[in-house]
Design a protein around this ligand. Structure first.
Ligand code: BGC
Length: 662
């Protein structure tokens, strides 16, 4: 492999700019070109046809990342990564532009479907497994978007105005944890961070490299670079895609001495190292699962990512009468209705999605009425009268509503957290006529449900369920499968309850004035009621939590408790460990997720869950000392079925870093 020293200055300047939209520069064969493709919910490989137009090659359509996070399953996150590696290998892709770990600070963010969670620990730990899965499969990853790109509105200009402690405790954390899996690259975001373009965010890049152990190359987001020389000085290694004007300006700046040889060589060497690293990783590349097996894995994400939010016993559906499916999301005209838009929009290999047909396969007699139509922009009333006649005659109605691509997409945010009015009417009118109304919500992020939630019997958050999600949903509704997903983001009562709405669509400066109070950290601390809390989800099983046992081992705390399946259904339970500092010297949210476990527990059986908390689980970022600090004092360990359903608790005392159980 060549070194930076063996290249001319002109070659070096070329090397730190991409070759085209999807390849890094190869300098006429001196170095291998790397082929990169999006991520994260499937492979979006773009092929240029002979006439110059582009086409996207169909691939396995996985459920949204939000659903992956709803599984709370590290195994599933890893398996998804492994499957994506196979997808990449088949297409010759060297680096998958995924995963994205931006925090869901604002529920309207158009890209929330691509991101994991409002909680940095959940986002980071799942992303770490995803990255390990892809890279162990023989393909590189690109962890994105660094950082504080938490809105799509005006994303090229907005500056995220965020204090150091909040950066450290919320926005950096998913990157920090994900970096433990050694992603080969990171992508910067479009926005500015405290006034500096993310492509020139040296301070952040230094944190990645010097503190988080990141040793790969930093890519720009596509067209995110304003000043190539300034970005290179900051440590941004590759600008994507190639931009002639930026390249010319870079050369000028270099000739004018504005970029030193040392600075240029540092970027060049990292590009060379990236190529060798990808080649090294690629040695283990071999397709391990067939496309069918990957499609089955996508269905596992859906099966564990759908969340049962409410159920008065109507679910599982009983086979003693016909079922009415109402609402065109049950049988979408286009899968765009059940996926998000933008760079992560995958062309599904199999585009059929038919819930009524899948329910029939489960042995139900099903009648279907679209009730409203979706014309690519709006939901229009259609056949509403026929739907309501059907509802009046039916014992059970399954109403399918949702958002999809025109509402949830890159480069724009949702306008409202509510469903379109025709969809809310379809729910309310059905519920008036049919006492057993089940609502299925297909969306990539939180939906405001307060206008109708208490009028219906059951609610299922079916997310953006990916290929084969219709089959999975039918099996869950029929009880062939059991629900085990839990919310990775809070569903507030009203959008206005979320603190980040205060600074939305501001003129250029987005103040993160809520600080650490993102998502449940705010709702729990300030006792603001929510409709469905973070970490919440029902199942057909019922779980009892046993005694909490704590054992302190120097600087670590070992936690053990039993979870018993006190029902007649086998099931899976996600239990969550939160930490609360009882009398802090600095502000601390009341509960913070520090560990979680998901286990399959057979009916009547129990499982002991074990967790180890290190020092960091108790620490806050001290702005007076510029480091993590554990304050001496009392901490409460809270074990719950959700953030607001705490089943077990106990206290520990920390003194001089040593933990003692009280
Ligand atoms: C997105 C990235 C994506 C890139 C390449 C950008 O617009 O923000 O997430 O990887 O395009 O498609």
């Amino acid at each position: 492999m060549i070194t930076a020293k063996q290249l001319t200055s002109e070659e070096k300047l070329r090397l730190i700019c991409g070759k085209d939209c999807w390849h890094t520069e190869g300098l006429e064969g001196k170095l291998s070109e790397l082929f990169v493709s999006d991520g994260p919910v499937g492979l979006r490989t773009v092929r240029v046809r002979e006439d110059g137009t582009e086409e996207t090659i169909p691939a396995v359509g996985y459920p949204s990342v939000q659903m992956l996070a709803n599984t709370w399953s590290k195994e599933i996150a890893r398996e998804t990564g492994e499957c994506l590696a196979d997808d990449c290998i088949e297409r010759g892709v060297d680096i998958l532009l995924a995963p994205g770990v931006n925090i869901k600070r604002h529920p309207l963010n158009g890209r929330n479907f691509e991101y994991f969670s409002e909680d940095p620990y959940l986002a980071g730990t799942l992303a770490k497994e995803y990255i390990a899965g892809v890279q162990e499969g023989g393909v590189g990853t690109c962890l994105k978007h660094f950082c504080c790109n938490n809105l799509e509105y005006d994303r090229l200009h907005q500056t995220s105005d965020v204090d150091e402690r909040t950066l450290r405790e919320i926005y950096y954390v998913p990157f920090e944890i994900a970096c433990e899996a050694k992603p080969v690259s990171v992508m910067c975001s479009y926005n500015r961070v405290n006034g500096t373009y993310a492509s020139e965010y040296k301070k952040g890049f230094d944190v990645l490299r010097k503190e988080f152990g990141f040793d790969g190359a930093i890519f720009s987001d596509w067209d995110a670079v304003r000043d190539r020389a300034a970005a290179a000085k900051a440590g941004l290694d590759i600008e994507m895609p190639f931009n002639q004007k930026n390249y010319e300006k870079l050369c000028e700046a270099y000739r004018a001495g504005k970029l030193t040889d040392e600075e240029l060589d540092a970027c060049v060497q990292r590009v060379i190292d990236l190529v060798s690293r990808c080649k090294e990783i690629g040695k283990t590349a071999r397709v391990r699962r067939s496309q069918e097996e990957r499609a089955a894995a996508a269905q596992r994400v859906a099966a564990e990512g759908m969340v049962l939010l409410q159920n008065d016993g109507t679910l599982p559906l009983k086979k003693n009468g016909p079922i009415a499916v109402i609402g065109c999301y049950g049988k979408p005209d286009t899968v765009d209705m059940i996926r998000g838009g933008g760079s992560s929009c995958v062309e599904w290999l199999n585009r059929s999605f038919d819930l009524p047909a899948q329910l029939e396969k489960q042995g139900f007699a099903v009648a279907y009425e679209g009730a409203f139509r979706y014309d690519g922009v709006n939901s229009n009333v259609q056949d509403a009268r026929r739907a309501q006649l059907l509802a009046a005659q039916s014992d059970v109605c399954v109403v399918c509503v949702g958002t999809g691509l025109p509402f949830e997409y890159e480069a724009g945010d949702r306008q409202t957290l509510r469903l379109p009015a025709v969809q809310e009417s379809a729910i309310l009118e059905t519920a008036e006529r049919c006492k057993n109304t089940v609502v299925i919500v297909f969306a990539g992020g939180a939906i405001e449900m307060s206008a109708w939630a208490d009028k219906v019997s059951a609610i299922v958050f079916a997310g953006q369920p990916g290929m084969g999600g219709d089959k999975v949903l039918a099996e869950l509704l029929a009880g062939t499968l059991n629900f085990s997903g839990k919310l990775s983001e809070t569903i507030p009562e009203y959008l206005e309850d979320t603190p980040s709405v205060q600074s939305y669509r501001s003129a250029g400066v987005t103040r993160y004035q809520e600080g650490l109070d993102v998502g449940y950290r705010y709702f729990e601390t300030h006792e603001v009621p929510v409709l469905f809390p973070f970490g919440y989800g029902l199942s057909y099983s019922a779980f009892r939590y046993g005694k909490l046992e704590l054992k302190a081992k120097d600087e670590e705390l070992e936690i053990a408790y039993k979870v018993e399946n006190a029902s007649e259904r086998d099931g899976k339970e996600v239990s969550q460990v939160y930490v609360c500092e009882c009398a802090p010297l600095v502000y601390r949210p009341k509960k913070e997720l520090k560990s979680y476990a998901k286990s399959e527990i057979r009916a009547g059986e129990s499982k002991t869950e074990l967790h180890t908390l290190g020092k960091r689980a108790f620490a806050h970022w001290s702005t007076s000392k510029d480091t993590w600090e554990v304050t001496d004092g009392i901490y409460e360990i809270l074990v719950g079925a959700s953030v607001s359903d705490i089943r077990l608790s106990a206290k520990v005392c920390v003194q001089d870093g040593k933990i003692r159980v009280l």
